[in-house]
Ligand binder design. Structure first.
Ligand SMILES: Cc1ncc(COP(=O)(O)O)c(C=O)c1O
Length: 388
């Protein structure tokens, strides 16, 4: 049990993250952990070698606040290559401590006390905590499960006069959705009408299985109001490096850097060299990476289907939702507990990512070795007996 008596009031409501809870329970019960979203194989050796050589040969001292020029230029070339958008590496790119660090820097740098930030449910768990740490106020937009489509009605229900920021994430964790043009049109008109800043979390940008990711940076109306946050964690299976970046027009970049200089100041220098190498890898390596994830997605989707758990086929990310509500499950958390303890597979209940804790689909990660997924699928066949 955590003793929360010394935790400040802003953070006290957040408790321990569901990922830490589920991973600890999975270890205790010897369950296969398809809960937390990290790969069980490390990223490209050439990238790890570049970082290792930098550790041995240097540089090993503080990098500049904004990040090493070589990485900022690599980010700009990456955006040019993937999105066709020109970025100024000196005034629009900041190297941050993973996307999580970038989100926190953006909130801390932008918000006035009491400013409203619209989060779309189900959210990534650092968002509401980052808003709280920055003294902001969360407002929630809740597209209906299991389709989770965004439109103006859903967004308008969340906004009030004090809102300054909207956070979107596409490809989306946990739903696996990639926003389509109609949804981006709705976001654009909403942001412009309410004079908002858009934070676009694009950490799964390389992991799409059909429609490619389109960044809002490419929309002229949003170009100067958007903060893109991304990292090498998911695209290169290097989640433990925590090297990320923000991309934003100079005035927004100045706000991010104003916070970053006092939260972190600068990110591990040799890892920045490795990250620059990663972003310069040839296109073929991304295709191989995507293909191997698509195969694993299909494997798990088929396994969940066979187990009667109603998978929702994801268009991106490395997560698949099982719509257990369709089988009559009314408490996703209790169902995940039983799945872990009685079937031996850990999953995450999406109720953890809703402000009102409403029960919903449950999330499985498929960024695991094939044999791990196969064993999980064998075990999941036993899930039928847990269904009402
Ligand atoms: C939507 C989303 N944003 C951000 C992150 C964190 O990224 P990083 O590890 O680069 O901080 C995650 C990790 O799971 C995520 O799913």
């Amino acid at each position: 049990m955590t003793d929360s008596s010394r935790i400040g009031t802003r953070l006290r409501p957040f408790g321990t993250s569901i990922f830490a809870e589920v991973s600890a329970a999975a270890a205790r019960h010897g369950a296969i952990n398809l809960g937390q979203g990290f790969p069980d194989e490390d990223g490209p050796e050439i990238v790890r070698r570049a970082a290792a050589e930098a550790v041995i040969d240097g540089p090993n001292q503080y990098a500049p606040l904004a990040g090493l020029p070589v990485l900022r230029h690599a980010v700009a070339s990456w955006v040019q290559r993937t999105q066709g958008e020109a970025i100024d590496p000196d005034h629009e790119v900041t190297v941050v401590t993973g996307a999580t660090g970038g989100i926190a820097d953006a909130m801390l740098g932008l918000l006035e006390p009491g400013d409203g930030v619209i989060l779309i449910e189900p959210w990534y768990d650092s968002y509401p905590a980052a808003v709280a740490m920055a003294g902001g106020r969360c407002r929630f937009a809740t597209p209906a499960a299991p389709r989770y489509r965004l439109d103006r009605t859903v967004l308008e229900a969340a906004v009030d006069d004090g809102c300054r920021v909207l956070v979107v994430n596409s490809p989306h964790n946990p739903t696996g959705r990639v926003l389509d043009d109609a949804e981006w049109d709705a976001i654009e008109s909403f942001v412009l009408e309410h004079d908002l800043i858009l934070i676009s979390d694009e950490v799964y940008e390389s992991l799409t299985y059909g429609t490619p990711h389109r960044s809002p940076l490419t929309r002229p109306g949003l170009r100067d109001r958007t903060i893109v946050v991304s990292s090498i964690g998911k695209s290169f299976s290097l989640t433990g490096w925590k090297v990320g970046w923000t991309i934003a027009a100079p005035a927004l970049t100045d706000a991010i850097r104003a916070a970053h200089q006092f939260t972190i100041f600068s990110v591990a220098t040799p890892l920045q060299i490795g990250a620059a190498t990663a972003l310069g890898l040839p296109e073929a390596s991304f295709e191989t990476f995507r293909d191997s994830h698509r195969e694993r997605r299909d494997l798990l989707v088929d396994g969940l289907e066979a187990a009667g758990l109603h998978p929702i086929v994801p268009q991106g990310t490395y997560f698949v939702l099982a719509d257990v509500g369709r089988c009559g499950v009314i408490d996703d958390r209790a169902f995940c507990d039983r799945l872990l303890e009685e079937v031996g597979v850990a999953a995450i209940p999406t109720s953890a990512f809703h402000h009102d804790g409403r029960s919903g689909p449950i999330r499985f990660a498929f960024c695991k070795r094939r044999e791990v997924l196969e064993e999980a699928i064998t075990r999941l066949a036993g899930a039928a007996r847990l269904l009402p």
